[in-house]
Design a protein around this ligand. Structure first.
Ligand SMILES: NC(=O)c1ccc[n+]([C@@H]2O[C@H](COP(=O)([O-])OP(=O)(O)OC[C@H]3O[C@@H](n4cnc5c(N)ncnc54)[C@H](OP(=O)(O)O)[C@@H]3O)[C@@H](O)[C@H]2O)c1
Length: 202
């Protein structure tokens, strides 16, 4: 496979670095969300060491083209998590083929319906990175798409860097990038937590 297709279900806010890194590494990325959010042009940043392993199995460098036809890029499609089938249909229209990777950070109430609706867009056995809040009402840490090896990233509230400060954007981004690297390298399903959960106060 020359290049790969990735579907990112995370809205506009928290994971632009992940999108930039994937596009910079030759992926064709589709981003359904409600609001348009421009993504930086790839190639304006130095390479990210962690992304050396980001190519899907069998990837061959193509001089900036994926699938021999189109340039790697991120394409935004306007969609809402509360209309999951419509979201999946719109994403399918611009993916151009089965997705080789799914990265999802979807609010808890939409997680099952949105990931469930998008499952049919994935290539058989395509890896998934699922980002979720640590703690909260949900107790089970099982991935939604059992047929796909899932790197589960639990996001805590407090930084690992000490001082009781809130978990920072860069810490979240780095943790998701690590998970994407593991997924693209075909590693088995795993569970990682970034940041600490808030201590219980009685
Ligand atoms: N994906 C995430 O970034 C995400 C997911 C869960 C929790 N959180 C946590 O939530 C906190 C607040 O995040 P935030 O200020 O970025 O605001 P937010 O309102 O929680 O939205 C988070 C992201 O989800 C998208 N989103 C929300 N509702 C959506 C819907 N119905 N359909 C499609 N996309 C939807 C938004 O993108 P659009 O507005 O462009 O659609 C936004 O980028 C953060 O502390 C973060 O840790 C973030």
């Amino acid at each position: 496979m020359a290049g790969g297709r990735a579907l990112i279900l995370a809205g506009t806010g928290m994971l632009p670095e992940v999108v930039e890194a994937l596009v910079g590494d030759g992926w064709h990325v589709v981003l359904p969300s409600r609001r348009y959010s421009p993504i930086a042009v790839p190639g304006t940043k130095p390479g990210i060491a962690a992304l050396a392993k980001l190519r899907p199995r069998g990837h061959r460098p193509t001089g900036g083209k994926a699938n021999g036809k189109r340039r790697p890029r991120a394409i935004w499609v306007q969609a809402h998590w509360d209309r999951p089938r419509e979201l999946a249909a719109k994403a399918e229209g611009v993916l151009g083929g089965p997705a080789d990777l799914l990265v999802a950070w979807v609010h808890e109430q939409y997680r099952r319906s949105v990931l469930g609706a998008c499952e049919r867009l994935l290539a058989p056995g395509a890896p998934v990175v699922e980002v979720r809040g640590a703690g909260g009402p949900q107790t089970e840490a099982e991935p939604v798409l059992a047929a796909h090896p899932t790197q589960l990233v639990l996001v805590g509230a407090i930084s690992e860097l000490g001082g009781n400060r809130p978990l920072g954007h860069a810490e979240i981004s780095d943790a998701v990038l690590d998970a994407v690297s593991r997924a693209a390298a075909g590693r088995p399903a795993s569970l990682h937590q970034v940041g600490q959960s808030r201590p219980l106060v009685w």
